[in-house]
Design a binder for this molecule. Structure first.
Ligand SMILES: *Cc1c(COP(=O)(O)O)cnc(C)c1O
Length: 389
């Protein structure tokens, strides 16, 4: 389906019906598959014949999700995983060896940092952190044993950005793999592989599901890379369940419409917040005042749904603002149809030391909103309750 547009692929790619002629993709809730004969079983196991064997390896519903997401990211291959964290872990375990070195962005999802520091480090893998947008820091951090650069762009919650194409030139010159966690924008708004990245990682739990229903993840890249990552998931078991695969598969149908609506609502909210006396500063990539606005425009086709702002006063006032909302969900999750509100310094970034928070610009007065798909005026009205107290 090469010539079709993004929105058409998001609906049609990977679609395959069974002899029952169902129109919506079937959910194959089965752990294993049967063979016509002992000979066929032998052929499947020896890979002489392709086909399903066991759901830790492949499942038709999971396969449909992988094919569709690969088409949307413009990658050769995809392996789905049980969560975003297992996607990141599988990538590292498949491609990095004891004695290797990883350079990672300091501004990543908190658990990604915990994974590197507490689990990956146990396997004698060295890790260095750099500031996301600073290309010279990335370049200087690369050593002879560096295997992988790992980052998220834009960062959450402040929306910092790195120039993916420029960084990919640096990684290619050093023969290092570049992996981009694309959960915040999704392929509807950014295609890291087209910009030169080798690997794209997803927490499909966020916008790809988009309705807060399940955990799911994926790793995308060349056939050669994904073969290694799926060898890891086949042997260790963080495979995506058929039921969750079906949810995220159906999520992709409406991804582009939803990402546009999240972005439109977020921009309206960010503009409104910018005009409020009680608000010290608004961080939203779609505002021309954001320092990365111009760069973001060159590599993203939208700015996404995460808005954060600093309120005048510290933690106490930030808590008052959050507690005064009546409709918004106080939760650390993001990428849902429901707007969520959280205080990063005491939740998502609560494990950081004071110094690390300072380095990452996570202040006590910072509030993060993952703007949902409600009518944005209702969201604004709800937030204004807290600003008036
Ligand atoms: C949530 C998130 C993850 C982790 O994904 P899970 O599905 O919760 O395991 C990784 N990266 C980013 C950017 C995220 O937002």
């Amino acid at each position: 389906m090469k010539d079709l547009s993004f929105d058409t692929k998001a609906i049609r790619e990977g679609y395959r019906t069974t002899q029952e002629q169902e129109h919506s993709e079937a959910i194959f809730l089965t752990s294993s598959f049967v063979f016509d004969s002992a000979e066929q079983a032998a052929k499947r196991f020896s890979k002489e014949e392709s086909g399903n064997i066991y759901a830790r390896f492949t499942n038709p519903t999971v396969d449909a999700f992988e094919k569709k997401l690969a088409a949307l990211e413009g990658s050769e291959a995809c392996v789905a995983t049980a969560s975003g964290m297992s996607a990141i872990f599988a990538t590292i375990m498949a491609l990095v060896e004891s004695g290797d070195h990883i350079v990672a962005s300091r501004n990543m999802f908190g658990t990604s940092i915990v994974l590197l520091n507490t689990i990956v480090a146990k396997f004698n893998v060295e890790i260095s952190y750099v500031n996301l947008g600073d290309l010279s820091q990335w370049k200087d951090a690369i050593q002879d044993n560096t295997k992988l650069l790992l980052l998220e762009t834009p960062s959450n919650p402040l929306g910092e950005v790195v120039d993916i194409a420029a960084l990919s030139k640096i990684s290619q010159a050093s023969n290092v793999l570049l992996a981009v966690d694309n959960a915040i924008l999704t392929p509807a708004l950014q295609n890291p592989i087209a910009l030169g990245a080798d690997i794209v990682i997803h927490s499909a739990t966020k916008y790809i599901d988009g309705q807060g229903r399940c955990l799911a993840g994926a790793v995308l890249g060349s056939e050669a890379i994904i073969e290694q990552v799926s060898a890891f998931t086949r042997a260790t078991g963080p495979s995506l369940s058929a039921f969750n695969a079906w949810i995220v598969l159906k999520g992709l149908d409406t991804l582009s419409l939803r990402m546009k609506a999240h972005s439109d609502n977020a921009l309206k909210l960010a503009n409104w917040l910018s005009q409020q006396d009680q608000v010290e500063k608004v961080h939203y990539l779609g505002l021309e005042s954001h320092p990365d606005y111009a760069l973001a425009k060159t590599q993203q086709s939208g700015f996404g749904g995460i808005v954060s702002f600093e309120i005048k006063g510290g933690r106490e006032v930030a808590f008052q603002v959050i507690n005064a909302t009546e409709m918004l969900s106080i939760t650390a999750n993001l990428g849902d149809t429901k707007t969520t509100i959280t205080h990063p310094a005491s939740t998502t970034h609560g494990r950081l030391t004071d110094k690390e928070k300072q380095q990452a610009n996570i202040t006590e007065s910072l509030i993060r909103i993952s703007v949902g798909l409600e009518e944005v005026h209702d969201v604004i009205n709800d937030i204004s309750k807290g600003l008036l107290v």
